[in-house]
Design a protein around this ligand. Structure first.
Ligand code: NAP
Length: 353
C-alpha cells in the first residue's frame, strides 16, 4: 500500500481526490500499486483512516466540502493533532494542495524522516533556499503542478539538466490571467474592463491583485531558477505590479471600483508597443545571472507574441536546444489539469518507491 496524506481539499484537492478514487483500480492492476489515503486535512480538521480512509469516506469528505463546511464538522474529525503525528512507519506521500506556507517546515521534517512530498502549492519551495534544498534533495519532493499546472515543465527541465544540458535562457508566459488580459487589450478592451471581465468569469483569484501584482508569477520564476540550480534567495525575484501602490491595501470591492486609476500606465505601454509594431506580454525571463518578471514589448514574430488567451508557454534555450528553443505550450491553470499534474507526480513517486 502507498499511504497518502493530503493537505487541502479545495478546488484542486477535490479534483485530485476524485481522480485518485477513479484511477486507483487501474493503477493497482497496471503497476501493483495500491494508492490509499490515510488522512485528508483542511484548515480546520483532519479525517484520518483506520488504517485507511475508505472510498465512501472520501465521498463524504467531498460532499461536506462542496456544501461549504469544514472537516471539523464531521463526527470523526481530528482537531487537536498535527498531521505529522499521523505519518506511518512505512514511507508515505504527503501532498500539499493548500495555498499556505505553514506546512513548509513540517514537510521538510517529513522528508528528513524518509517520507516523500508532492506539491501543487508553490509556497514551500519559495521559502529560504536551505528549505528548498531540504525538500528537494535526492528528489524527495515532486512539484510539477507548481509551474504550468498539468503541463510538463519541471520534469522536462530536470530531464535537460540531468542529461548534462545547460540552460542558457528560459522565457515564459506563466500567468493565464495576465495572458487573458493582454489578449483582451488586443481585442480593444480597456484594462479596467478586461480585469472586471476576468474577475466576473472567475479567471482571476478572488482578490485580482494576487494576479496583477505578479507575485504568483514571481514564485514560479523562483521555482524554475532554483530548479536550474541557481541559489536564488527568497524574495529576491521582484515582479512588476500592474496597479499603483495606493490600491494595494484597499478592500477588493474598492480596488475593483478604482481600477481606472491603473488604466493609464498599462494602456500607455500597450499603445507604445502597438505603435512600434510590437506586442505586450507579461513574461518571465531567466538567465544564469538574472531573473525578470514583468511587462515586456516583444516583436510580433517572437514565440511568446503568438500566445492568445490564458495559455502558458515556456521556452527553454539550452546548449543543445540553441538554434530553435524547446517550447511547451497549453492551458496552465484549472483545477482538473492541476490535479492531473499532482496525480502524475504521486504515481511516479509510488512507482519509484
Ligand atoms: N487552481 C489552479 O488552477 C492552480 C494551478 C496551479 C497551482 N495551484 C495551486 O494549488 C493550490 C491549491 O489551489 P486551490 O485552487 O485548490 O485553492 P483553494 O480552493 O483555496 O483550496 C485550498 C485548500 O487548502 C486548505 N487549507 C488552507 N490552509 C490550510 C492548512 N493550514 N492546513 C490544511 N489545509 C489548509 C483550505 O482549507 P479550507 O477548505 O478549510 O479553507 C482548502 O481546502 C494553491 O497553492 C494554488 O496556487 C492552483
Amino acid at each position: 500500500m502507498t499511504p497518502i496524506i493530503q493537505l487541502g481539499i479545495g478546488g484542486v484537492g477535490r479534483a485530485l481526490a476524485r481522480q485518485i478514487v477513479a484511477v486507483a483500480p487501474a493503477i493497482r492492476r497496471r503497476y501493483g500499486i495500491d494508492l490509499r489515503y490515510i488522512a485528508i486535512a483542511d484548515s480546520r480538521g483532519i479525517i484520518a483512516g483506520d488504517p485507511t480512509v475508505s472510498e465512501e469516506q472520501v465521498h463524504q469528505i467531498l460532499a461536506v466540502k462542496e456544501a461549504g463546511h469544514g472537516l471539523d464538522s464531521m463526527t470523526n474529525a481530528i482537531t487537536d493533532r498535527h498531521w505529522i503525528e499521523l505519518l506511518p512507519a512505512t514511507i508515505a506521500i504527503v501532498v500539499d494542495v493548500t495555498a499556505t506556507s505553514e506546512h513548509t517546515a513540517p514537510l521538510a521534517a517529513a522528508v528528513s524522516a524518509g517520507h516523500r512530498v508532492v506539491l501543487a502549492n508553490k509556497r514551500p519551495l519559495c521559502d529560504e533556499y536551505d528549505l528548498f534544498t531540504a525538500l528537494t534533495e535526492r528528489g524527495a519532493t515532486r512539484y510539477e503542478a507548481t509551474v504550468g499546472a498539468g503541463l510538463p515543465v519541471i520534469g522536462v527541465l530536470q530531464g535537460l539538466l540531468d542529461t548534462g544540458d545547460e540552460v542558457l535562457r528560459i522565457e515564459a508566459a506563466l500567468s493565464g490571467t495576465l495572458g487573458f488580459l493582454m489578449s483582451a487589450l488586443e481585442e480593444g478592451s480597456s484594462f479596467a474592463e478586461a480585469v472586471w471581465k476576468a474577475h466576473a468569469l472567475g479567471y482571476t483569484e478572488p482578490d485580482p491583485r494576487d494576479d496583477l501584482s505578479g507575485a504568483d508569477v514571481a514564485r514560479k520564476a523562483l521555482i524554475l531558477a532554483r530548479t536550474c540550480g541557481i541559489p536564488v534567495p527568497a524574495d529576491a525575484v521582484s515582479a512588476e505590479s500592474l496597479f499603483p501602490p495606493q490600491l494595494a491595501t484597499v478592500s477588493v470591492a474598492e480596488f475593483l471600483q478604482r481600477l481606472p486609476e491603473a488604466e493609464e500606465s498599462v494602456m500607455e505601454r500597450f499603445a507604445a508597443a502597438r505603435a512600434a509594431g510590437n506586442v505586450l506580454r507579461y513574461i518571465t525571463c531567466i538567465t544564469p545571472d538574472n531573473i525578470e518578471v514583468g511587462l515586456r514589448e516583444l516583436p510580433a514574430d517572437h514565440p511568446l507574441a503568438g500566445l492568445r488567451g490564458p495559455d502558458n508557454m515556456i521556452s527553454f534555450t539550452t546548449r543543445r536546444y540553441h538554434d530553435r528553443p524547446m517550447v511547451i505550450r497549453g492551458p496552465g491553470a484549472g483545477v482538473e489539469v492541476t490535479a492531473t499534474g499532482v496525480l502524475s507526480d504521486i504515481i511516479a513517486t509510488a512507482r519509484e518507491l
